[in-house]
Design a protein around this ligand. Structure first.
Ligand code: ATP
Length: 134
């Protein structure tokens, strides 16, 4: 059995995941990252993407939207704005969010907050990428 570390993922309303894992993969502001036990201590900004939780040969995936991650040699803690298992994602809602964001981005209105619309589009696309595989 590969070496393990603790992973805790906390969202504003609950503890989303807590357990022993062998590897964690996720998107960060600096790009894709894979974390194994004994990583040097560092704090990282989480970017929207698929969170992959490896427990030996078992793999769990979740849509991780944004947040912060503290990495310690024996523990990874993710404070997430939101995190969802594929079965909890409402595909129709995500598709509506995608259409809304795309309209804002292509509409070219001076009042549109482009960064906000882009972030919303990104969240919708991550959610949709996971509902495709349901
Ligand atoms: P929307 O415009 O549909 O609210 P959003 O990207 O702005 O989408 P968030 O701010 O990321 O939504 O999330 C707000 C809350 O709603 C979070 O608790 C999140 O888990 C939940 N949520 C958002 N979209 C979905 C979805 N498609 N399926 C399930 N839960 C969702």
């Amino acid at each position: 059995m590969a070496e393990e570390m603790k992973l805790q993922v906390i969202t504003p309303d609950k503890e989303f995941f807590s357990g022993d894992v062998t590897m964690v993969e996720l998107n960060t502001a600096d790009g894709q990252m894979g974390i194994y036990p004994h990583h040097i201590p560092v704090t990282v900004v989480v970017a929207p993407g698929v969170l992959k939780i490896h427990m030996g040969s078992e793999l769990k995936t979740a849509a991780l939207l944004s947040g912060f991650m503290q990495i310690l040699p024996d523990k990874v803690t993710i404070l997430a704005e939101s995190c969802e298992w594929p079965e909890d994602i409402d595909g129709a809602r995500a598709n509506e969010a995608r259409i809304r964001a795309e309209r804002r981005l292509t509409g070219g209105s001076a009042e549109t907050d482009m960064a906000r619309a882009e972030a919303a589009l990104n969240r919708a696309l991550v959610r949709l990428s996971m509902t495709d595989k349901k």
